[in-house]
Design a protein around this ligand. Sequence first.
Ligand code: NAI
Ligand code: 15L
Length: 272
Amino acid sequence: MSEVSSSRFHRLLLTGAAGGLGKELRQRLKPHAEILRLSDIAPMDAAQGSAEEVVTCDLADKAGVHALVDGVDAILHFGGISTEHAFEPILEANIRGTFNLYEAARRHGVKRIVFASSNHVIGFYRQDQRIDASVPQRPDSYYGLSKAFGEDLATFYFDRYGIETVSIRIGSSFPEAQNRRMLATWLSYEDLTDLILRSLTTPDVGHTIVYGASDNRDSWWDNRLAAHLGFQPKDNSEQFRAKVEAQPMPAADDPSMVYQGGAFVATGPFDD
Ligand code: NAI
Ligand code: 15L
């Protein structure tokens, strides 16, 4: 991690610890907390020594989430359903789950949350539009709607209870940019970690929304409204361009070429 002041937390909670980003963050966050409490509904590797606590918990289980949050200094909320699905599972994991987490934060006096929001909150903007965090939400899916709810919840818990959140509208955080759209949305793990640490340690963030993308050649997102985080991504997706551009060109009206949210705008409906 680069220039961010390295305040060490006593106990940090990471939800979604069994997921793609969770596994990566488990290693990367280690130096920044005396104890990392790792949680997921899915199996996780056993705790490595006394610096880790591993807690299996369904975010929809109110009592379980309240116990999970007890004793933590800050929360990195990465758990939940991470792609488009029927509404009911999203309602439980993402909407009820995120509500349970904020209520538990209020009860247990946790004052800082980093929320893994998503570009799918604004997925119906077109790729020829450049937007900042002040534009109206345009969710592209039930999944995007659940993240929009999470962002609104963050605003409410700040206004009502002073709990601060940074919502990171993550683009595409994977080892590689896998397609043309991801050349614009890719976020390296290194840049994500830097952004998370800034989100944890920057004072007076209120509820800040920041787009999570690396310094890619083409960009749809303007982060000037989150300038106080000092986020200056170091990586970019050019290293993947040749491989991606060797793929067949989708039709010009394919959602992956038109909308910021790509294929999510056309997933579903989910009839019984
Ligand atoms: P993932 O699907 O690999 O990980 C999500 C984890 O949440 C899984 O391990 C899953 O078991 C857990 N989970 C699901 N339902 C749960 C429940 N009811 N209770 C407890 N845990 C539950 O997703 P990934 O890629 O690691 O993403 C992590 C977070 O970042 C997600 O919230 C996702 O929406 C968000 N995000 C990720 C992006 C990416 O490019 N990887 C882009 C935008 C947002
Ligand atoms: C997301 O929100 C998803 O969690 C991730 O799996 C990707 O689909 C990403 O957005 C994306 O838009 O590429």
